[in-house]
Design a protein around this ligand. Structure first.
Ligand code: ZN
Length: 64
């Protein structure tokens, strides 16, 4: 489980890591919260996690 979650505002693009400067994009992760499912982005280099405010509106049927 990643550590701190850093809230960032979406600019024209979100590609470079604000923490370490890694430039080639992010891994995705999803976290179930009271408000719904958050879509979070993990830097592959420093592993900080970023919240751009995205949520997942709809899930396909879950397998048991
Ligand atoms: Zn980073």
């Amino acid at each position: 489980m990643p550590g701190k979650i850093i809230e960032v505002a979406m600019q024209e693009e979100f590609r470079s890591c604000p923490t370490c400067g890694y430039r080639d994009g992010f891994h995705s992760m999803f976290q179930r919260t009271e408000e719904g499912i958050k879509w979070l982005f993990i830097c592959p280099s420093c592993h900080d996690t970023f919240d751009l405010g995205f949520t997942v509106d709809q899930m396909v049927k879950q397998k048991a």
